[in-house]
Design a protein around this ligand. Sequence first.
Ligand code: PMP
Length: 426
Amino acid sequence: YSEMSPEELEAEKELLRKEYVAWQAKGLKLDMSRGKPSVEQLNLSMPLFDILDGKSLMKCMNGVETRNYGQLEGIVEAQHLMAEIMDCQPEQVIVCGNSSLNIMFDTVARGYMFGFDGCTPWCKLERVKWLCPVPGYDRHFAITQHFGFDMINIPMNEDGPDMDVVEGLVAADDTIKGIWCVPKYSNPQGIVYSDEVVRRMANLKPAAKDFRVFWDNAYAVHHLYKEKSKILNILHECEEADNPNLVFEFASTSKITFAGGGIAAIACNHNNREELKKTLTVQTIGFDKINMLRHARYFQDVESVSKHMERHAKILRPKFELVIKTMEEDLTGPGCGSWISPKGGYFITFEAPKGTATRIVDLAAEAGVKLTPAGAPFPYHMDPGDSIIRFAPSLPPIEELEEAAKIFTVCARIAYLEKLILAKAE
Ligand code: PMP
């Protein structure tokens, strides 16, 4: 498109406008906004309901009765299961309720109300700053915004956050208290952190003793292909780096079994864990051990988690590939935007020509396709380039996805043409 004359651009736009109006006339209502599993995926976990019945033995491995209070850290077999998913030691894990986001919120709240490691609680500080690799997960940014922290954008490279920037900032400023990380198949780009990035993260020398890395390993086992990306074990790397207190790791089975109906966990070293338990023991008498038992009995070993995730991948892969193929067919020729083909996770990120993301999302909405609002993957919803769009292909049936992807590429081309026409006129 960039080489076309103004007349050619207008003619092309006219053609696409006609296509757009035809889509609009269909009155579709398609939702690509959130990374929810499809009904077909949820059905994969229905056998969980048959694991326990009225005759089941309800005691767990170490004899603890799951129907009663107790075992604050979660049942042993659930600690093992979550440790396998998170690639850490069972004794580093506390299995909590149904949501890892909830544990992350509570962990930030603990730093805010009581402080970490004997440091001043963050609520008593004039300023608290937080590092946010961008684009990132909107709900992470919502937490740190809610607490009134200043969020600082960190550029993402192909192998994780730009560590030159991270190292420089944390060493120089003791008001920086944390960083959000999604180390594998990141939300939204699907980026996998390289060994070098993980090691540099573990070796950070923050000016603040209470600086913590929030390692949200939400997509640890969510591979789309046989080839499974691996990342280094952050807890181990922190120990090696003589930085054992640096990290809190999080994960859940929300996108393994039931979104919002699974089990979630936090993993950390002994010191952080003992500190955490001082608050946790006041917060609750214990989490839902019956759901933990259901999960642990269903997933007896790593193999069974792996097999289950392959079934998810079989459903998800064609959806991802369809969207990527549509982008390749419709957008490569016109030179409109770029994208990464993720090897796992839940999202595809489209980098639109600068200044067109909001327009694309609006155009799509008017044609019946709901996308995540432009700007959402950035702190304060502000995308400096107005170019990043997060596409969530998991929820809709493939036929609907096909229509949505088509509409999306029409909108992307129209917005790009409008931009070029305006630029040529100036
Ligand atoms: N972290 C990331 C990176 C996610 O993408 C999601 C779900 N979209 C969550 C956490 C939420 O997990 P949970 O359901 O365990 O709260």
